[in-house]
Design a protein around this ligand. Structure first.
Ligand code: NAP
Length: 406
């Protein structure tokens, strides 16, 4: 940060532990390894961070975008930050230059490290964000909790409907909410919020109702494959009708759908990453009657047909409304097939969409898919006469390439 902060002061970059969902995006994005974490918090090393802002646009919650003016000699150490449940208040004594410094902060820069758009589509509706916080959360009532996956499937994925009653909770497709699970961690601190994409359209899971839906997979293994019970996913999957849930958010101001009725959606997802695609598809389905003419093309990956959430309803959508392509990786007796393989098989149609300036691309699901999907998009573009580097930049700049992978 190069604002005119007095020499003895540091404009210190900090991460809000109350909002951070520990998705690791900032640590992966930081080009100079200034961000690290322990089992509890993500923190910024004051002596390494140069305020380049590369980590700010990709953060899904905005927890990353916090700054405090502190005497340089008293900068918060990473050990200080590891111990925080909330950000410290800005000390009044050093607050004076903050407004001036903020006025000189560079706009969040896009860079090669940022792979997707940091702006929404031009025709997206304006989202509300962070209306409800840890200190003042919203309460919602569970009005539905249904298992989505076949009972024979090992994955237990639930469709959970939350009703906000008379509480204003305006959302758009592509946004997410945070759930505060009850109880405390082993160290006695409250559990941090877990983020889930909203799976229903802006006008409600049930049209005209003040409710939203989530797609939640019961976590029974950690990333290393060891048995573990996911705190929030198990809490949510076990909820009953009438239970009360504590919610923060909404979050997200770029992964939003275009309102322009002629816009095309190229949607690529795996597993529960299908939540925002369901929201967008359902919104377009409802709006179709009002003349939305753009194309919808979906690439959806799961281990098996039985583990694919929303398989039944998806299959009833007519082909002239959505071009659905499924990729199953663990069908017995069949070779492994990923979404990027299915995209390559449909290269001609994907290329036709990529050539059209009305096309918006959405990728959501496992982190690992990002590499393969971008490579497939690049190869398809190049093979059909487009220069991928140029197109990629254009897609990012125009809010037409949105990635949400964890
Ligand atoms: P999953 O069942 O573990 O995987 C779905 C499919 O993706 C499987 O077929 C898997 O294949 C395949 N896959 C694995 N590596 C891949 C790669 N490199 N490229 C392409 N496909 C690949 O998925 P999940 O447990 O539902 O997880 C979905 C992800 O979405 C999670 O990371 C979650 O955090 C994220 N997400 C969830 C939400 C939500 O609201 N719930 C929202 C946004 C994102 P194999 O395993 O057979 O190799």
């Amino acid at each position: 940060m190069n604002g005119p902060v007095a020499e003895h002061l540091l404009r210190q970059h900090l991460i809000d532990p109350e909002i951070c969902i520990r998705c690791n995006t900032c640590e992966e994005t930081c080009p100079i390894d200034a961000i690290t974490h322990d089992g509890v918090n993500y923190v910024v090393k004051a002596e390494v961070c140069n305020g380049c802002m590369a980590c700010v646009p990709p953060c899904p919650t905005g927890a990353i975008d916090n700054w405090r003016n502190v005497p340089r000699a008293q900068a918060y150490s990473i050990d200080d930050q590891f111990g925080w449940d909330a950000l410290p208040a800005q000390s009044v004594a050093v607050n004076a230059p903050a407004a001036e410094a903020a006025a000189h902060d560079p706009a969040p820069a896009t860079s090669d490290i940022v792979r997707g758009s940091t702006v929404p589509p031009w025709s997206a509706a304006r989202p509300y964000v962070q209306l409800y916080t840890h200190k003042a959360p919203a309460r919602a009532i569970v009005v539905g909790n249904y298992r989505l996956t076949d009972t024979s499937a090992p994955s237990d994925i639930h469709h959970i409907v939350l009703d906000f009653g008379a509480v204003a909770f305006p959302v758009l497709e592509g946004q997410s909410i945070g759930i505060l699970p009850p109880g405390t961690r082993a160290d006695g601190h409250a559990h941090h919020a877990r983020q889930y994409s909203i799976a229903s359209p802006r006008d409600g899971e049930r049209p005209g109702y003040n409710n939203i839906s989530l797609t939640v997979k019961r976590v029974t293994r950690d990333h290393g494959g060891n048995a573990t019970d996911g705190v929030c996913s198990n809490y949510l999957c076990d909820l009953h009708k009438g239970d009360e849930v504590t919610v923060i958010g909404p979050f997200g101001n770029t992964f939003l759908m275009p309102n322009h009725p002629g816009s095309h959606l190229l949607m690529i997802c795996t597993g529960t990453g299908s939540a925002p695609m369901r929201a967008m598809t359902e919104y377009r389905r409802r709006r179709r009657l009002e003349g939305a003419a753009g194309k919808l093309m979906l690439f959806f990956g799961a281990r098996t047909r039985e583990e694919l959430p929303y398989f039944g309803p998806l299959m009833t959508l007519p082909n002239d409304f959505i071009d659905t392509n499924l990729a199953f990786s663990r069908t017995p007796g069949q070779p492994k097939r990923y979404v990027q393989d299915a995209m390559r098989e449909r290269a001609v149609d994907v290329a036709q969409l990529l050539k059209d300036g009305n096309t918006h691309v959405y990728v959501c699901g496992l982190k690992g898919m990002e590499e393969g999907v971008l490579a497939a998009l690049g190869d398809i573009a190049q093979a059909h006469g487009m220069v991928w580097a140029t197109l990629w930049d254009e897609l990012k700049r125009e809010g037409r390439l949105h990635l949400e992978t964890y």
